[in-house]
Design a protein around this ligand. Structure first.
Ligand SMILES: [Zn+2]
Length: 131
């Protein structure tokens, strides 16, 4: 079995792959995980589709400028984003290797439903060391 890059402990084919192929995410966390997996698997088309129309960058920017290697995802906090909600927050740390060293991205992402489907809106990054 190919373990899902989002580290859910499930196989990719039953975890994030169905979302990459078009199944709607049931919760904001599921979409967050699928987006992380899409970064790992270098699937800019999914990143684009799962990004709010209001805030998404041009498609070509998503295909470039990504870290060399993603090392792991840890979800720290979830607010709303459930099956009955229309918006939600997911706070996470994603570790990656860029050039020589390991770095991490600590972000609180905002999600909302557009036409019934969860999409990523934007996120606030936190520098390591801040309270
Ligand atoms: Zn997954």
């Amino acid at each position: 079995m190919v373990c899902c890059p989002c580290q859910s402990g499930q196989a990719f084919v039953v975890c994030c792959q169905p979302l990459h192929r078009g199944r709607p995410a049931s919760t904001a966390e599921r979409l967050m995980r699928a987006r992380y997996s899409a970064y790992v698997m270098r699937d800019p088309a999914f990143l684009y589709r799962s990004w709010s129309r209001a805030t998404r960058p041009p498609k070509r920017e998503l295909a470039t400028g990504q870290p060399t290697e993603w090392l792991g995802l840890e979800i720290l906090r979830i607010e709303q984003g459930g099956e009955q909600d229309d918006c939600g927050l997911v706070e996470f740390v994603a570790r990656y290797r860029n050039g020589a060293g390991e770095e991490s991205l600590h972000e609180t992402s905002r999600f909302r439903r557009e036409n019934g489907r969860w999409v990523y809106v934007d996120g606030e990054c936190r520098q390591e060391g801040e309270a």
